[in-house]
Design a protein around this ligand. Structure first.
Ligand SMILES: [Zn+2]
Length: 299
């Protein structure tokens, strides 16, 4: 419990007596780096921060090879939102919108909205995608429901964001193992949910994680795993940008060359890295096997 606390860490924990496992993520600089890349309106700033913290949180209890992303698209003023955490703990995210945005961004009120969670390895084409039911106003409720549906176990998710931090807490009831002499504690889950409901957004954002878990759950025997560091980081590369250009096809690539003096400039929206392609590069990439394919939002 006396470990020095740092931002940008994921903590996995067990409440042994209650048979509950959890993940607590608190982002600092990793969140501020993403938030600073656009003048996000406050309500979108909050939703993007929640999605960032949630993307890291959702990697906590899975064996991840590649990345986990949360992607939202709608036909309304909030056009898209994307948050991703990879297996190295690198996070990135962005949102696109048209002004004016609705004052509250209730997920269940976004027109023709769709939210997908994608897990896997883009390069190897091994991806699992699940759709999140958007009949919930908040991201935490929508993700909680997603978890219950996909894992058939009760879950509780709390998300909070301010200008400095984005935080996520997830609790999940562990499956009853049976066969032990331990008397099942039927009230344990309810007790943990009740304790969690006393947590304010401010507390979640401002209390060092170890202290927070101990304060909330000390009677449930908290055991913490070694924290996992998180950081802002982009997985863009010249190869991925080439694949994106290839997927646009020859006509668009020719048009892009013509528009800018025989040079294509691609600026990564996540990290502002610039990539340049001249006519020779373009010919080269167009002639490569199209079988490589390209995902639509990844660069
Ligand atoms: Zn990038």
């Amino acid at each position: 419990m006396e470990t020095m606390i740092a931002d940008d860490m994921m903590h996995r924990f067990l409440l042994e007596r209650a048979g509950v496992r959890g993940v607590l993520v608190r982002l600092g600089a990793a969140w501020r780096d993403v938030a600073a890349r656009a003048e996000y309106p406050p309500q979108l700033h909050t939703l993007l921060g929640e999605a960032m913290a949630a993307s890291a949180m959702l990697t906590g209890n899975i064996k991840l090879d590649g990345a986990l992303s949360i992607e939202l698209k709608s036909a309304g003023a909030l056009r898209m939102l994307f948050a991703e955490c990879n297996d190295q703990g690198r996070l990135r995210g962005l949102a696109r919108w048209d002004d004016p945005l609705p004052v509250t961004l209730a997920l269940d009120e976004l027109p023709e909205a769709i939210m997908a969670i994608t897990i896997g390895n883009v390069e190897r084409g091994q991806r699992y995608q699940g759709l999140v039911d958007l009949r919930h106003a908040s991201l935490s409720d929508a993700l909680e429901n997603y978890f219950v549906q996909s894992e058939q176990l009760p879950a509780r998710i709390v998300l909070a964001v301010n200008g400095e931090h984005a935080a996520a807490l997830m609790l999940q009831k562990m499956p009853d193992e049976g066969g032990h002499d331990v008397v099942p504690d039927e009230d344990a889950w309810n007790r943990v949910v009740h304790l969690t409901s006393t947590l304010s957004a401010q507390e979640l954002l401002e209390t060092p994680p170890e202290q927070l878990l101990y304060r909330l759950y000390h009677e449930e025997s908290v055991s913490l795993s070694e924290p996992r560091p998180l950081a802002f980081g982009c997985s863009c590369s010249r190869e991925r940008v080439s694949a994106m250009l290839r997927s646009l096809g020859r006509d668009e690539v020719e048009a892009a060359l013509a528009a800018r003096d025989d040079e294509i400039e691609v600026i990564c929206e996540f990290c502002a890295q610039r990539y340049y392609f001249d006519r020779i590069d373009a010919e080269h990439l167009l002639s490569e096997s199209a079988a490589l394919g390209a995902p639509d939002t990844e660069q």
